[in-house]
Design a protein around this ligand. Structure first.
Ligand code: SAM
Length: 243
């Protein structure tokens, strides 16, 4: 492929992820609906519902992209709380800011361009850090998770929503077919960009499964890591605490 997504050296990953999301930013929301048959909206709502985030909380939504998660969290934390959307990609942040401003439903969000591996916040700053469909794009996950732990207040929680391992074999086969046959074609048809969607399918396959990610989070310094499967493990929620 002309982007050379296959077997690229680790150092190149960040640049490629940047190209992918700049390329898909404008079609990102539509593609999410097409690829998941709209189910990503339910996953995100469920994610926020079980997050334990409360009125008045200070929350960082990492890899916040076009702001789906932040839009759901802001009404929960209310006027006295704060939600910061952090993402490495300016194009994604711009699309999100424009979209949410147009809808007029969410005000009082802060949008910040940042790298999840080096967060520009002091220690013990947040009650919760959320990261939805972001961790698998980060080059050094250990570093990012350790930094998330650092910026959380003691007792604060990290919430990760990410693609994971489907539990049922037949369902897994259908899912692979969807990911590798259907998805790149949808990408070509609706976003004019099959390569980026091929990258997405591959990044999903390479991402650690439920138990592996749990261990990675424990190694990064988190305690009481709980895992919840959604849609037969197609995605999972990891909830962990800074003890
Ligand atoms: N959370 C949003 C959602 O659920 O719709 C967006 C998810 S999108 C699949 C992944 C996002 O991760 C992209 O916006 C991308 O720019 C961002 N990202 C990738 N690497 C990152 C990094 N190192 N630091 C911060 N954000 C990153």
């Amino acid at each position: 492929t002309h982007f050379g997504f296959r077997d690229v050296p680790v150092g190149e990953k960040q640049k490629l992820v940047g190209q992918v999301f700049t390329s898909v930013a404008r079609s990102y929301d539509l593609m999410n609906d097409l690829m998941s048959f709209g189910i990503h909206r339910l996953w995100k709502r469920h994610f926020v519902a079980v997050s334990g985030i409360r009125r008045g909380d200070r929350v960082l939504d990492l890899a916040g992209g076009t702001g789906d998660i932040a839009a759901l969290i802001k009404p929960v934390v209310g006027e006295e709380g704060e939600v910061i959307v952090g993402d490495i990609n300016a194009a994604m942040l711009n699309v999100g800011r424009d979209r949410l401003t147009d809808r007029g439903v969410v005000s009082g969000l802060r949008w910040t361009q940042l790298n999840a591996e080096a967060l520009p916040f002091p220690d013990n700053s947040f009650d919760a850090v959320t990261m939805a469909f972001g961790l698998r794009n980060v080059t050094d996950k250990d570093k990012a998770l350790a930094d998330i732990c650092r910026v959380l207040k003691p007792g604060g929680r990290a919430l990760v929503l990410e693609f994971s391992r489907v539990q049922n074999e037949l369902f897994g086969k259908l899912y692979d077919f969807h990911s590798f046959q259907v998805l790149p074609k949808l990408g070509r048809l609706f976003a004019g960009d099959a390569d980026s969607y091929q990258y997405l399918a591959e990044s999903i396959r390479k991402h650690p499964d439920q138990e592996t990610l749990k261990a990675v989070m424990e190694n990064a310094g988190f305690g009481r890591v709980e895992v919840r499967n959604l849609s037969n493990g197609m995605v999972a929620i990891h909830r962990a605490y800074k003890l």
